[in-house]
Write a protein that binds this ligand. Structure first.
Ligand code: OAD
Length: 241
């Protein structure tokens, strides 16, 4: 009997498909967070080199702090949408890893448990000398002059243009072991994140959910040309069939 239980458990573990999701700003659009590159996107309102680059931080850190303070306030007013929730529900029957370029916490709040934030997290801060400490601040503001106990200035825990992406190798390993790769709501303009899709196994099933054309140079992509929420419903129908 015990042996039987072992065999059953083992089968269940072996049978679980691995679904890796690479998400971008588009998944949070229906929650009310603007994307970056769509018309009316954030990069029409702000210069990316001013607010999201390490050079911008050294030139004018006040503007950068203000930009992320506003993003935090906004994040406190929005909710995960059905696409985030359906992704979290995939965990019931699959081995799921979410790799997100988003700095919001909507995947967490929807219930996903394994999330790699490639570009950092809005609700966290770190000293600018990057000594490794990371502090949770929720939706609070930080200002120039706010320092850690050593007197080192605190900055948003965000990966800016011009900085390394520390999680990229871990993310690549996850993509390389996926049975199904789902790319959702990203224009794939920003590297190294955009290059992750090319780590997929040859026989992996690859899905793309985006209402617009996206430059994915892979032969076997199923493009569900819809918004994230309706696209996720279709994705689930297709992978459960
Ligand atoms: P982009 O703004 O570049 O791309 C958003 C994608 O979402 C586009 O392909 C849109 O067509 C799609 N989209 C728009 N509305 C959608 C919806 N309702 N449902 C599904 N898709 C929708 O955003 P990212 O690719 O995430 O980095 O940008 C990558 C990185 O560039 C960000 O992480 C950020 C930015 O600069 C940093 O700031 C470091």
């Amino acid at each position: 009997e015990i042996l039987n239980i072992f065999v059953m458990l083992k089968c269940e573990i072996v049978m679980k498909r691995k679904i890796v999701i690479l998400s971008g700003a588009g998944i949070s659009a229906e929650s009310g967070i603007k994307t970056f590159r769509d018309s009316n996107g954030l990069w029409e309102e702000y210069r990316v080199e001013d607010v999201a680059s390490i050079d911008g931080w050294y030139r004018n850190p006040e503007i950068v702090q203000e930009f992320y303070n506003q993003r935090r306030v906004q994040l406190s007013t929005v909710e995960p949408n059905r696409a985030h929730k359906l992704i979290a529900q995939l965990e019931r029957e699959n081995d799921v890893v979410v790799i997100t370029q988003n700095v919001d916490n909507l995947h967490e709040r929807a219930g996903s448990s394994r999330i790699i934030h490639l570009h950092g997290e809005l609700t966290k801060i770190t000293p600018e000398d990057k000594n490794g400490d990371v502090y949770d601040i929720g939706y609070q503001q930080i200002k120039m002059g706010d320092c850690d106990s050593r007197g080192v200035q605190l900055r948003p825990y965000i990966v800016w243009f011009g900085e390394d992406v520390p999680e990229i190798n871990r993310a690549a390993e996850e993509v390389a072991t996926a049975d199904i790769l789902l790319i959702i709501g990203t224009s794939l303009n920003v590297y190294p994140a955009a290059g992750l899709i090319y780590y997929a196994k040859k026989d992996a099933q690859i899905y793309l959910i985006d209402p617009n054309d996206v430059n994915v140079r892979l032969a076997n992509v199923v493009h569900i040309k819809e918004n994230a929420t309706s696209g996720m419903e279709k994705f689930i129908e297709q992978v459960s069939a």
